[in-house]
Design a protein around this ligand. Structure first.
Ligand code: DON
Length: 569
């Protein structure tokens, strides 16, 4: 097992921490001294998530008799406390699961546009897009879906939510020590927290945050307690709802009590396709993730990728060209299926995908301007959790606030951050969102509509048996990271840890550029440039969590790019 031990805090902190723990801690993990574990092997169950305390909470509830769904609930709730940049109560997500009996579950708890939202709400009088409004502050928030999602998940779980929420309450109330990465993230957002809140939230401190500082969130603990006592109405009605609406009224927010009361989780039928003897199960619209994954994997399936070699220029070029074509379709055809007819069948038909790749020229870059819209007649911050339990249930959840710390607005008195998911709509045709994605009619704003996502929680079975549970954050890079992780494991036969940690690359049609991580091979970069690609280095791509099983042993791998950590037994 490869683990990195973080000693967070000095002797004073440790002694004080031990005292608090003795009075309160119901879970066996120590919030003041914990370990990040990047990969490991287990016999019964495992969790891989964005934070060690969250993975431990998931394992803890499974040890208490819960299953993977219980773990998904406890892990998400702890993430809402210990990973405020992405874990959330004020955001939304998608959960995909395969139960022991093979039955699939797809839960869509994506945020929705408030009733007062309208197509041009982010345009000024001159008709120009104002992305500062769709990305920051109260007006950027969609109606949160996470809490409703947790209660929908509970229908498949064993333990009461009131019990599953306790670790999160303890961590919010008593505090936990923050990592160096969290300290840096909080410091770099300090001005935003001041700007987008009328009362400075607990994330604002006079001096800079450092690793080992304790973050206590009393107001968040009180909100969690209301949910513990009242269930979902503890969030969508009563005091929490009133605080959220009061927050809206302090500025230009538009979410109302009715919006909150009417929010519902939607059950979605997962998408399924085969790739080289593997069965892949992905999330359908309103995520583009599953369709993109289906398209890119089928576009490359006939090519001998393993023969080309891992991240050889030949293999990378093929994958880039598949990505370019899939993202062109995303922009034109994908949106909330309850408001726009997404031509899923046409987009994923083998004839169409073959025809789409007919313009692919090995050794030469296609221009994005040459990839035109098809017509059919057919009627940085998000976080991922992969879980496998002792009964064989597979659960894959990606949840998001959209940007880091979402809108940066904390609901005063309720202690949770609001998402800035409205920016995932196409706020004006052709105007890029936070992740550079463009769109049009399919993803235009309408009241009640869910904004198009790229999130791509995925499951893979082999011979009808559980094999891989995976997913990642990363905006538009999500489906391409999942694509590369699966190809690394299936075509290049890599271990889960290698598949996750190898350098990633990304193309999204527009802009017509290939993004690569700093660790990407400089030689292959040059070869791609010779073929006519513009290659741009960028910050880390994704934070992928993978659990993989061969039927006997479970291997869990957490991405080395963040504080991600695995746990199991
Ligand atoms: O749903 C989406 O596609 C985006 N809101 C995800 C944002 C994200 O992954 C940010 N993480 N780095």
């Amino acid at each position: 097992m490869n683990s990195i031990s973080y000693f967070l805090g000095g002797i004073f902190l440790t002694l004080w921490a031990a005292d608090v723990r003795a009075q309160t801690s119901k879970a066996p993990f120590n919030p003041y001294h914990y370990t990040i574990t990047k990969n490991g092997q287990f016999n019964k169950a495992a969790v891989a998530s964005g934070h060690p305390l969250a993975s431990e909470a998931g394992v803890y509830v499974m040890r208490q008799g819960g299953n993977a769904f219980d773990a998904a609930i406890a892990t998400q709730l702890v993430l809402a406390v210990v990973y405020p940049g992405a874990g959330n109560l004020g955001g939304g997500g998608f959960l995909i699961a395969r139960k022991t009996d093979g039955k699939l579950v797809g839960l869509d708890y994506r945020e929705a546009a408030p009733a007062a939202a309208h197509r041009n709400m982010y345009l000024n009088t001159a008709g120009n897009a104002q992305t500062q409004l769709s990305q920051n502050g109260r007006m950027a928030a969609g109606i949160p879906g996470t809490v409703a999602g947790l209660f929908a998940t509970a229908q498949h779980a064993r333990l009461p939510v009131a019990r599953l929420i306790q670790p999160a309450i303890d961590l919010a109330e008593q505090g936990f020590v923050i990592t160096a990465k969290e300290a840096a993230a909080l410091n770099s957002h300090k001005n935003d927290f001041i700007q987008y809140n009328s009362v400075p939230p607990v994330f604002v401190k006079a001096t800079a945050w450092k690793a080992g500082d304790t973050l206590v969130q009393k107001e968040l603990a009180a909100t969690l307690r209301r949910i513990q006592q009242q269930g979902a109405p503890g969030f969508y009605e009563g005091e929490t709802a009133a605080l959220l609406v009061a927050e809206m009224q302090k500025g230009n927010g538009i979410i109302t009590l009715e919006d909150l009361r009417h929010y519902t989780v939607k059950e979605r039928t997962p998408l399924e396709f085969d790739y080289k003897g593997h069965h892949v199960i992905g999330f359908p619209p309103p995520s583009s993730g599953g369709i993109i994954l289906w398209q890119v994997m089928k576009m490359i399936e006939q090519y001998p990728l393993a023969q080309y070699g891992f991240q050889s220029a030949q293999a990378v070029q093929l994958m880039i060209e598949a990505e370019r074509r899939a993202f062109a379709d995303r922009a034109a055809h994908m949106g909330d299926p309850d408001f726009y007819k997404v031509p899923v069948q046409a987009l994923t038909s083998s004839t169409y995908l073959q025809q789409r790749m007919s313009s692919f020229t090995p050794g030469k870059a296609t221009r994005s301007s040459a990839i035109t819209e098809s017509r059919f007649t057919e009627s940085e911050e998000t976080t991922h959790i992969s879980i496998y339990d002792a009964e064989g249930n597979m659960v894959s959840v990606t949840t998001t606030l959209n940007g880091s710390y979402g809108s940066k607005t904390v609901v005063a008195g309720a202690g949770f951050l609001l998402n800035n998911e409205m920016d995932d709509f196409s706020i004006k045709p052709g105007v890029p969102n936070k992740y550079g994605a463009v769109g049009g009619e399919a993803n235009a704003i309408q009241p009640g509509k869910r904004m198009l996502s790229s999130m791509c929680p995925v499951l893979v079975t082999r011979h009808n048996k559980p094999y891989i549970i995976a997913g990642t954050p990363g905006g538009t890079t999500i489906p391409t990271s999942v694509f590369q992780t699966l190809v690394n494991m299936i075509d290049f036969r890599m271990s889960a840890a290698d598949a996750v940690n190898k350098p990633k690359f990304h193309h999204q049609w527009l802009p017509d550029e290939v993004y690569v991580e700093k660790s990407f091979s400089p030689i292959v970069k040059q070869q791609l440039e010779k073929m006519g690609y513009t290659v741009t280095e960028r910050a880390a791509i994704g934070r992928t969590e993978v659990i993989c099983t061969n039927g006997k042993q479970i291997t869990a791998a957490a991405d080395s790019r963040g504080d991600d950590s695995i746990a199991g037994f």
